[in-house]
Design a protein around this ligand. Sequence first.
Ligand code: FES
Length: 196
Amino acid sequence: MTDDTRAQDSPPPDDGSMYEEKKGFLPCVSRRQFLFMGAVAVSLVALERVIPGRILYAQAADFDRQRIGSLRDLEVGVPVAFNYPYEHPNALNNLIKLGAPGGGGIGPDNDVVAFNTICPHMGFPLSGTYKPDHQVMGPCGWHLSTYDLTHHGIVISGHATQGLPQITLEMDGDDIYATGVQALLFGFADNDEDPT
Ligand code: FES
């Protein structure tokens, strides 16, 4: 038996040296990581086909602060409509004093919040659907999605897979200001692109 033949017939060393050598050339990628990277690549290609040349971003964005009301004028459970950050139908929002603490809430009771009112599923207008007894927005008139405004607008029923975009608020004395949007507005490819 030649040395070459003996080398082919011998089992691989069990000290890991063979694999250590390979690590120098190939990064170790688990099957799970491989599948995840594949899914990301497929998703990006799919989005590129939906909007050629543009990729959609689920993004938070800061904008110029805008006064949208005052604490003394708010009544518990009565939404106040305002546009932000643009004078655009899809940028219509509700400022609401929930009467119960809410995630991201401001004011002495942390119960003043604001949310966009366009359903993120397919764009049905949710204005007028706020239910003060349960602090929820909805159900949506098309596919019944309902959003919990005490928990950053998460979906609690229906077809939507994304929560309502929350408007970032801050207080200055008694005045309430909007300062940003915490998720992609429906119909927008990028919150930073002014559609007006
Ligand atoms: S458009 Fe609102 S749930 Fe479909």
